[in-house]
Write a new protein. Structure first.
Length: 196
């Protein structure tokens, strides 16, 4: 059976800092950047945890929050969100998009990781081509106790269903996929998909 991947890049200048391009992979239209918003879709502010203490406080209160990996702005990787922000009824994704579902992540995993990984940000991956245009970056995560980990090695992304999907570099040539349930207060990246 021959599998054909449809790759179409589309610019969305009107979406501003949320993301600037999308790509169609296996008939799903993905954003090519990690989500980088500081307001919910209704315009209300998502609390910014600027210190480890503020992150821990939000986690202990089951409140939505976002942070940067080392508390310093980094456009390359975007923001990390706890799951309380992902599941908030005010909506984390911009209008016309949604946080990727478990099915959409599983669908994406039919592809080899080196076809999805950014050539620029996985320096040890000599085979990485980003051929499908997903541009996965190893943004790491932030634990509920405030400690960040794995930036430069692993990318972690929340799904709507509370599963975290990983693209890792334990195999430096191709990387590997993973999925697991982690505590909702942990901070992970988010990728959005265009509504049908």
């Amino acid at each position: 059976m021959k599998i054909i991947f449809l790759f179409v890049a589309i610019s969305f200048a009107s979406l501003g800092k949320a993301f600037s391009q999308v790509v169609r992979i296996n008939n799903v239209i993905w954003c090519t950047e990690n989500l980088d918003v500081s307001t919910f879709s209704n315009g209300e502010i998502i609390p910014h945890a600027k210190t480890a203490k503020e992150w821990i406080d939000a986690c202990e209160k089951n409140q939505p929050a976002w942070c940067y990996y080392m508390e310093k702005e980094d456009k390359k990787y975007g923001k990390l969100y706890n799951y309380y922000a992902v599941m908030d009824p005010r909506g984390l994704a911009p209008k016309g998009f949604h946080v990727a579902t478990n099915w959409e992540w599983s669908n994406l995993q039919s592809n080899k990781t080196y076809l999805l990984k950014s050539k620029k940000y996985w320096p040890d991956c000599t085979k990485c081509t980003n051929e499908l245009g997903f541009d996965a970056v190893p943004g790491g995560w932030r634990g509920f106790q405030g400690s960040p980990a794995h930036k430069g090695d692993i990318g972690y992304w929340w799904s709507q269903g509370g599963i975290v999907y990983q693209i890792g570099a334990s195999d430096k040539i191709e990387g590997r996929y993973g999925m697991e349930r982690i505590n909702f207060p942990n901070g992970c990246s988010v990728r959005c998909v265009r509504d049908k």
